[in-house]
Design a protein around this ligand. Structure first.
Ligand SMILES: *Cc1c(COP(=O)(O)O)cnc(C)c1O
Length: 389
């Protein structure tokens, strides 16, 4: 068989080509042009957020949150170990100490039951990551944070337009970060956004994003000149990228309904096999509307996961593992992370496999992936069959 199915394929629709061409001929290539304004307005009205600011990446939006919290060296930030490096880097860059918590076995989200015991007098924030675009237990987390007077930041890279108990992810924390990286549901190649839910952050966020200047106020005619007024960097993306992003945000219903279909096809096609072979499938609580960002399998062991990667690769299908627990990474160990600190993250990380998942994945390709997986028998099942024989 000559199938060749990548893990991800970026989406470019007709409107995307048209908008980018328009941006190129508009005479405005830097940030905060007309396409950026349209992205801001669309996201603010859809999410009901007081302010949305496009950024050059989710990483940079997270860095903006760390600056907005005025973190000082020695301040502590609690987050799951099972996440991307950017979640931690953004706060480590400000000198904060990263305190890693374990994840729940069912949703693979931050285990809200462990958070309170990790809070100290120096804790400034809890950073939640809505893994696979399935909401964390925000009721509990918000209550704990409020009781201790600490901030909640959402790394919502996976979860745009998903909901927890009827409310959009990214609108729970004072601040939230979105990603528009090529591998996410909506992409501008590289890009992100800061969602500001607490209006007191708006003015300073604009300064941070504009190299520490009050240029945004100057452009609105609120001041007659602009100058350096605080810490900042260059966090606003080119309007050309915003043009590409707008085309996808406008096509959100088509994109999300196709992704929902792909997710449901995987679930229906793999359920019986997974049950028989002791393989775990994603769990979505009934009160969560997920983002259909990802479909993963939890194989019985690391050995099985590696074997299935090889089995699929030999059939031209690229399936990939995901986060290595940050507390066990080279840098995380330097901060005292050790084996056994976050047992669920350590276990899940070794067994998780993500399947190809992108808008243009066809039904035929998906059927080939499902067939290939169903012809795979995990090692422990083969052994059982041998002992029973
Ligand atoms: C992709 C991702 C990021 C980084 O996003 P960029 O836009 O590439 O900076 C951060 N956190 C999580 C959870 C991600 O999945």
């Amino acid at each position: 068989m000559n199938t060749s199915i990548p893990f991800n394929k970026p989406l470019v629709n007709e409107a995307g080509r048209r908008y980018v061409a328009e941006a190129l001929s508009s005479g405005k290539q830097s940030g905060d042009g007309p396409f950026t304004q349209r992205c801001h307005a669309l996201l603010e009205s859809l999410l009901g957020a007081p302010k949305v600011l496009l950024s050059t990446s989710c990483t940079h939006a997270l860095e903006m949150t760390a600056l907005l919290l005025h973190l000082q060296p020695g301040d502590e930030v609690i987050m799951p170990s099972f996440t991307f490096t950017s979640t931690a880097n953004a706060f480590a860059l400000r000198g904060a100490r990263i305190v890693f918590a374990d994840i729940r076995r069912d949703t693979l989200n931050l285990d809200e039951r462990q958070v309170e015991s990790l809070i100290t007098a120096r804790t400034k924030a809890i950073v939640v990551v809505h893994y696979a675009g399935v909401g964390c237990e925000m009721d509990v987390l918000l209550e704990v944070a409020k009781r201790h007077g600490i901030a909640v930041i959402e790394d919502n890279a996976h979860g745009l337009f998903a909901k927890y108990r009827g409310r959009y992810l990214g609108t729970f924390g004072g601040l939230a970060a979105q990603s528009f990286h090529e591998t996410k549901n909506f992409s501008s190649g590289e890009g992100g956004a800061l969602i500001i839910n607490e209006p007191r952050f708006i003015e300073e966020a604009e300064v941070i994003r504009e190299k520490g200047t009050n240029r945004s106020r100057f452009f609105r005619g609120e001041v007659d000149k602009y100058s350096w007024i605080g810490l900042g960097s260059s966090y606003l993306p080119s309007d050309i990228l915003a043009a590409l992003l707008l085309s996808q945000l406008e096509a959100r219903e088509e994109i999300q309904s196709r992704r929902r279909r792909i997710w449901q096809n995987y679930y229906a096609g793999l359920e019986a096999w997974a049950d028989q072979q002791g393989v775990g499938l994603p769990f979505v609580p009934g009160y969560c509307d997920q983002a259909y960002h990802m479909f993963y399998l939890l194989l019985p062991s690391l050995q099985d996961r590696q074997a299935l990667i090889g089995h699929l690769r030999s059939r031209g299908i690229l399936a990939v593992f995901h986060y290595l627990p940050l507390h066990l990474s080279e840098y995380g160990r330097r901060w005292g992370g050790k084996d056994g600190d976050c047992p669920v993250a350590e276990d899940v990380s070794a067994r998780l496999l993500r399947l190809p998942f992108f808008f243009s994945l066809t039904d035929t390709e998906q059927a080939a992936i499902i067939d290939s997986i169903c012809s795979f028998v995990p090692h422990h099942v083969r052994q059982q069959a041998y002992f029973q024989a």
